[in-house]
Design a protein around this ligand. Structure first.
Ligand code: GLY
Length: 369
């Protein structure tokens, strides 16, 4: 099967994103060609490590890497400064030098956490991302955003710290639960909606293959997504403006995650709800036409809409929206699609509109639009 190499230019260097089946087994050599060191810190969570840890260790040790391992519990609750401290201790104990990589083997939580530790340990050591969830492969491993959470908000403590290398082995998706695959596909579709009309058309044709986990199609979808992400972050690495379009679906998505204590929705599931509602807002604001809105909603609904949990209300979601760190004074900042393949950033301050649209989460039958 075809492999891809996508180059991403950041301020200080260009890094490669490699996408190919079987790359995990050659990881030791790939990293060796890049970095003149003998020590590495491998960061993972216990679930991913039990699936792929041995294979990765073997690949690293066969190239004479001295590997120290730091495992955290799976899940968002591990993205804390306490975990970062644990990683620093492991890095000190391992005797890492400034060329020793931190290798993040896992999904978005592991990548964000290991990335934040790498960005600060000894003022920065090389970061190698080995994303194992679809969401991490198409989004969080590329572009350099690393962060941990604070009790008052998600990703409140973070920095921009691009990886030196991203290694994507699509074979790891074969063990990914269907729910996680669907959640990752939401972020894949995002790129078609906001950035690449041709990709959206391709997705309309092939979404069924992607949902059933067909590797050939997943590889194509991952590489197109990474290309889209690369275009955006190269144009605006530090999110001064254009990069904000990547937050499509995230305004309400983040509020949903926060209002449910990060334990009900997967990130991609919450973003999917947020994208559906943003499309509705865009339609009601006459930014998006009816036909495009229908096509986008139909595509998103195929990834499965998760209904809100008992006890959650539109008002609770609005209360969380008010705490959004990206909010500008009285306005809520939304990324709204303006056509298939492009998006615009719009302040919205009509609370009635927001409430009416959020209530559709409970009542609209999105699957039949
Ligand atoms: N996940 C959004 C970004 O990287 O900007």
């Amino acid at each position: 099967m075809a492999g891809y190499e996508i180059k991403v230019k950041s301020k200080d260097f260009t890094y490669r994103v490699l996408i190919e089946e079987g790359l995990l087994s050659g990881l030791g050599k790939t990293v060796r060609l890049l970095l003149p060191s003998s020590k590495a810190l491998l960061v993972s969570d216990s679930t991913v490590f039990s699936l792929y840890g041995e294979r990765v260790l073997k690949a690293l040790k066969s190239e004479k890497w001295q590997v120290s391992i730091c495992r955290v519990q799976p899940g968002e609750k591990s993205k804390t400064l306490t975990s970062v401290s644990k990683l620093y201790n492991a890095a000190v104990k391992a005797g890492l030098d400034r060329n020793s990589p931190v290798i993040a083997l896992g999904g978005g939580v592991v990548g964000d956490l290991a990335g934040f530790a790498a960005s600060t340990f000894m003022r920065g050591v090389p970061l190698v991302m080995v994303p194992t969830s679809l969401l991490a492969q198409v989004d969080s491993s590329v572009g350099g955003k690393v962060a941990v959470n604070h009790p008052r908000g998600k990703n409140l403590i973070g920095s921009f710290y691009p990886p030196r290398l991203v290694v994507i082995d699509p074979l790891v998706l074969n063990t990914l639960p269907a729910r996680q695959l669907q959640a990752g596909l939401a972020e894949v579709i995002k790129y078609g909606i906001i950035e690449n009309k041709d990709f959206f058309l391709w997705l309309e044709e092939n979404i069924g293959y992607l949902l059933s986990g067909e590797n050939v199609f997943l590889v194509e979808a991952i590489s197109e997504s990474v290309r889209a992400k690369a275009r955006v972050v190269q144009a605006d690495e530090y999110e001064k403006d254009y990069r904000r379009i990547l937050n499509f679906g995230h305004t309400i998505g983040h509020a949903l995650e926060a209002a449910t204590d990060y334990s009900y929705y997967l990130h991609g599931e919450a973003v999917l709800c947020g994208m559906l509602l943003a499309v509705e807002i865009s339609l009601r604001q006459n930014i998006l036409d009816l036909n495009a809105a229908r096509r986008i909603k139909t595509m998103l609904a195929k990834c499965g809409l998760k209904r809100p949990p008992t006890g959650l209300t539109a008002q609770k979601i609005i209360d969380r929206l008010k705490q959004d760190k990206k909010r500008r004074e009285a306005d809520f900042i939304f990324v709204l699609p303006s056509a298939i393949g492009s998006a615009t950033i719009v302040p919205v301050n009509d609370l009635n509109l927001l409430k009416n649209v959020i209530e559709l989460l409970w009542f609209e039958d999105w699957g039949v639009v």
